[in-house]
Design a protein around this ligand. Structure first.
Ligand SMILES: C[S@@+](CC[C@H](N)C(=O)[O-])C[C@H]1O[C@@H](n2cnc3c(N)ncnc32)[C@H](O)[C@@H]1O
Length: 326
């Protein structure tokens, strides 16, 4: 291991060193106990306790990766996912758009502002997110947020020309059931698209350390069943009658975010100031330091020589066209 300074750097830590540091600060076994917590309970506790962190991650409470081509984080990069949806909406002439798992609806609000003639409805499991989303979007007449799990999506929401999601569908292990709900709300031939993290198809052949880092990252982000394996969603969409299913691997565009969150996580794990505060920090908020620190390892194998093929996960955009009316 390289010589440590008072201000440790991500590049000082191999994945083995990173896991050892996490074990010293949090106890890996203690963290792993949450693997048996029911998903919805874990998701709700995680997001309620993490709100302070997400609101500090950026001023508009976006809760997803900023994307860029230069390996640097900027708040502007948080618009990338919404910009892709806007381009698709313009292409297909969408009149109604639905966001699943919207958080405080950063994406839906960006879209509603860019497309004032389009009705944008945002949904989320957590009432507190919906309240904040509606407060933040109160000036947008074509926007509203409604509480609904993406496993429910009631019929009275109507049908949408475009349904999208950003870093939320990973929270459900029930892929086929979620696709059926989406299909019921998608207008014939409409577009479904989502950005998310996935396990690489070769994830099982990676080192034990990387696999352990993966499980800890997933768990500390309230995904106890693990990210879906790359290709699983595509197969399920095709089985459900979706066509033109495409996947774009945009893993390298998340490097700037992983560097930023990795540095924040490392600071929290090493600096005295944060270590003294730790007993007063809610459990799931504190565990974001683990997830943030490990992101660069699971996505790129580490900070020293980051490359997508060195990681165990990918970040991608899946797009599919809904079935036409029978
Ligand atoms: C990482 S945040 C992303 C939020 C938003 N998409 C964004 O990009 O800012 C994931 C969101 O998914 C929501 N979520 C988790 N499980 C859900 C479910 N079953 N139905 C609806 N929303 C869910 C959480 O409450 C949280 O707001």
């Amino acid at each position: 291991m390289a010589q440590k300074t008072n201000d440790p750097k991500l590049t000082d830590y191999s994945v083995t060193d990173a896991l050892a540091l996490i074990d010293r600060r949090f106890g890996k076994d203690r963290l792993l106990r949450d693997l048996s917590t029911p998903t919805e309970r874990l998701v709700t506790a995680y997001y309620l306790q993490s709100r302070w962190g997400y609101e500090r991650y950026n001023p508009h409470a976006a809760m997803h990766m900023a994307l860029s081509d230069d390996g640097k984080y900027t708040h502007d990069g948080l618009r990338a996912q919404a910009d892709t949806v806007i381009a698709e909406a313009r292409k297909i002439g969408a009149r109604r758009i639905l966001e699943l798992g919207c958080g405080q609806a950063f994406n839906a609000r960006v879209i509603a502002e860019a497309l004032p003639e389009v009705e944008v409805v945002a949904t989320d499991l957590i009432e507190a997110h919906i309240t904040k989303a509606n407060e933040r979007g109160a000036h947008l007449p074509n926007f509203r947020a409604v509480r609904s799990s993406f496993t429910e999506l009631p019929d009275d929401l109507g049908q949408f020309d475009l349904i999208f999601a950003v870093e939320t569908l990973c929270h459900s292990p029930e892929i086929d059931a979620v696709i059926e709900r989406i299909k019921a709300r998608l207008a014939p031939g409409g577009t479904f698209m989502f950005h998310d993290a996935f396990r690489r198809t070769d994830w099982e052949s990676k080192s034990d350390d990387l696999k352990e880092a993966l499980v800890l990252n997933e768990l500390c982000l309230a995904v106890p069943h693990g990210y879906a394996v790359w290709g699983t969603w595509e197969d399920a969409l095709a089985r459900a009658g979706f066509t033109d299913v495409t996947t774009e691997d945009i893993s390298m565009q998340g490097l700037g975010t992983c560097r930023r969150l990795g540095r924040v996580g490392l600071k929290f794990l090493t600096q005295w100031k944060y270590r003294l505060l730790r007993p007063f920090v809610p459990k799931h908020l504190a565990r974001n330091a683990v997830a943030g620190f490990l992101g660069i390892y699971i996505m790129y194998g580490g900070a020293a020589d980051p490359a997508s093929e060195n990681g165990i996960t990918r970040y991608g955009l899946i797009r599919a066209v809904g079935p036409n009316a029978a």
